[in-house]
Design a protein around this ligand. Structure first.
Ligand SMILES: [Fe+2]
Ligand SMILES: [Fe+2]
Length: 296
């Protein structure tokens, strides 16, 4: 038996995963990581959470070297999950992706144009823009992409907008990664000012990170494949096989909340017994806080 919380449920729930760096065929990422196993594990955790997801967002570096087979494999892995969950699937490119194979394999289009999309899920608008600059590892939008974005944002959506883009428009500690970050953050900040954008979901940093772009919160999902070691000196980039994670994004009427969810299955135990949960369900709602919160 379950009882409902004392706060309203979120209007929308998003599973935000990033930096799968999927490799098709043999070979480990950087000689260490089985990217297919990591992505499979992450999807199992998403599905196993029992949440009612409105959308699954994959925020770039979908593949490690843009192999067509890796995009096909990605679809094969994630589409059945999205279907079972009844969730919209939103995928954007990163600097390790390439526009043409991505467009061909994911959208059936033979083009070098960025695959920027708008998805409205129960009144929440999710806009994804490919921030990968062709030929480079740093990020940014073209003039055309800024124009397109302005047209999309010209009228507000019922529940506002979530923007998805690979390169996080916040500053990370690594001087090397700063050479590869979102170019012209100031332009993006003013492009979003006064619009209904409520949060930005990004990746690229391979760490879970949070910041602000003006008044808009930025949620960075740590890598599904590998993680950057924040415990190492800042001028080094040290890959870690753990703690890979994804972000549970809960959209409420008055806020957006991000929660980090580990991919690896650590030892677990019931820190609250089922009997207590069952008992609480029998307590009248107005007495629950006093009954449950009182120190014994
Ligand atoms: Fe990446
Ligand atoms: Fe990246």
């Amino acid at each position: 038996m379950v009882f409902t919380g004392s706060r309203p449920a979120p209007t929308h729930v998003i599973a935000h995963l990033s930096d799968m760096h999927l490799i098709a065929g043999p070979g480990l990422l950087q000689g260490h990581i089985d990217t297919v196993a990591k992505f499979r594990g992450a999807l199992e955790k998403v599905e196993g959470s029992g949440e009612r997801f409105d959308a699954i967002v994959l925020s770039g570096d979908l593949t490690d070297s843009a192999q067509p087979e890796a995009y096909a494999l990605l679809r094969q892995m994630v589409e059945p999950v999205a279907e079972r969950l009844g969730a919209a699937l939103i995928m954007t490119g990163g600097n390790h992706d390439e526009r043409r194979p991505l467009a061909r394999e994911l959208y059936g289009r033979d083009t070098d144009e960025p695959q920027d999309t708008v998805t409205v899920v129960n009144g929440l608008r999710i806009i994804d823009i490919d921030s990968a600059v062709p030929g480079f590892h740093h990020g940014g939008f073209s003039d055309d992409q800024y124009d397109w974005l302005a047209r999309q944002l010209a009228s507000p959506a019922e529940h506002g907008t979530i923007l998805v883009t690979h390169h996080a428009p916040i500053t990370y500690r690594s001087p090397v990664m700063q050479l590869l970050d979102f170019d012209d953050v100031e332009r993006l900040r003013s492009a979003l000012e006064g619009t209904d954008v409520r949060a930005i979901l990004s990746g690229h940093l391979h760490v879970t990170s949070f910041g602000m772009l003006g008044a808009i919160p930025v949620f960075v999902a740590g890598g599904v494949s590998y993680v950057d070691d924040v415990g190492a000196p800042r001028d080094l980039l040290m890959g870690v096989d753990g703690p890979q994670s994804w972000n549970l994004i809960e959209v409420h009427d008055d806020s957006v909340v991000g929660t980090v969810a580990p991919v690896e299955q650590h030892p677990t135990w019931p820190s609250l017994s089922e009997a207590v949960v069952e008992f609480m369900a029998t307590v009248p709602e107005e007495e629950r806080r006093t009954v449950f919160s009182t120190k014994r």
